[in-house]
Design a protein around this ligand. Structure first.
Ligand SMILES: [Zn+2]
Length: 385
């Protein structure tokens, strides 16, 4: 990514946020924040002063989860963007990359890596791809099924409300719900396609799956280079669509739903800053994340999540499991039965196709090499890796 692009990424264009004018006034905003910081944190400046400084014009009157649900019931939303991380897949049995103890990194000791993140390091992979493929075998998509949180996103799409779904996950569970491919942006790539790291020849998912499950190092048939799933390693660019789609997606976005992400990995986390200031942002997550750093001048535009803060105008949080969050929401919206039916019927379809010889319910890429089909065992993975 060039420096220019980086800047663009950090300071997204404001064309979609024309409703706001005062946010452009960075020095004032920064001073305001510094004042507020000392007033709130250190009890300096007097409480009345601090309160007078805060311009509170809430987008909806009640920013509790119940208040938000009531607003949705009565007024609806039209253009919803969802952004999700590992937290929506944990109930499917896929370990969270970052949870201490249960997380993926904690399970990597047996690979004797120089450091845990080496497994997703391109330089390391080129020298020693074996640990990655051993891990890939454990995590291989097809052994897991989507969660209620995944199906909630599909339901939004079925209702014509979903503008786009951004996922950090490489597990392809978003696709497995039947969500159309053009609605999904896999920001960190996925196992869906694979390329030779030398000559860039493409290989399909069925071929890669057969290689991985047979414990063979996937080698290019043309040049004998290692074939790597198109998941984004450290030192690799994110897929182009991650950079080109947000301008359009957030133009008229009136609700951003953030689920199961630590909001610590950039540039993915910066998506929370993209919608206009009148767009509501709902966080469904176990921990309260995305809030301003302790030192407020680190974030002069104060676009981090503000739930539970006195100056919150549009952020709502459900702190709990993603599945519990979407179920509570579905219930509040009268969609509970519909969501349940969708989950049941789609899972039935999936178990049907997973029991057949098809490695994926998706169509296979016609131009890739179909010579080998997955024929290995199709046993379900134990939920606790
Ligand atoms: Zn090759």
């Amino acid at each position: 990514m060039s420096d220019y692009e980086k800047k663009k990424e950090e300071h997204p264009t404001t064309s979609s946020n024309s409703s706001s004018s005062d946010e452009e006034d960075a020095p004032d905003a920064t001073m305001d924040m510094i004042r507020r910081f000392f007033a709130n944190t250190l009890s300096l400046g007097g409480s009345t002063d601090a309160k007078a400084d805060i311009k509170v014009e809430k987008v909806i009157p009640d920013l509790t989860f119940d208040g938000f649900a009531e607003h949705w019931r009565e007024h609806g939303f039209r253009n919803i963007v969802t952004m999700v991380g590992a937290g929506i897949s944990t109930s499917a049995g896929i370990p969270d990359f970052r949870s201490p103890g249960s997380g993926l990194y904690s399970n990597l000791k047996k690979y004797k890596l120089p450091h845990p993140t080496a497994i997703f390091d391109l330089d390391y992979f080129e020298k020693n791809p074996a640990p990655f493929f051993a891990l890939a075998k454990e995590l291989y998509p097809g052994s897991f099924i989507p969660t209620p949180a995944h199906y909630f996103v599909r339901l939004l799409n079925d209702k014509g409300l979903l503008q786009r779904h951004y996922t950090q996950n490489i597990d392809t569970l978003d696709r497995l719900t039947g969500l159309p491919e053009d609605k999904i942006i896999e920001a960190h790539g996925s196992f869906h396609t694979n390329h030779c790291i030398k000559c860039r020849r493409e290989y399909d998912m069925a071929w890669m799956k057969a290689e991985i499950l047979a414990d063979r190092l996937p080698k290019c048939k043309k040049c004998n280079g290692v074939v790597k799933p198109d998941i984004v390693f450290f030192g690799e660019n994110l897929p182009q669509r991650f950079y080109t789609s947000p301008d359009e997606d957030f133009q008229d976005c009136d609700l951003l739903i953030i689920m199961g992400t630590s909001l610590e990995v950039q540039p993915f986390a910066s998506l929370v800053q993209r919608p206009g200031l009148r767009c509501l942002r709902l966080l469904i997550n176990r921990e309260a994340v995305g809030q301003a750093s302790f030192v407020p001048f680190m974030d002069p535009h104060e676009r981090s999540l503000l739930f539970d803060r006195p100056n919150n105008t549009r952020d709502v949080a459900f702190l709990g499991d993603c599945d519990a969050g979407v179920m509570a929401l579905a219930k509040a919206l009268g969609w509970e039965e519909e969501l349940q039916q969708l989950i049941t019927s789609e899972r039935k379809k999936l178990s049907g196709s997973q029991n057949s010889d098809e490695p994926q319910p998706d169509k296979e890429k016609p131009h890739s090499n179909p010579a080998e089909k997955a024929s290995g065992s199709r046993e379900k993975k134990d939920a606790s890796l």
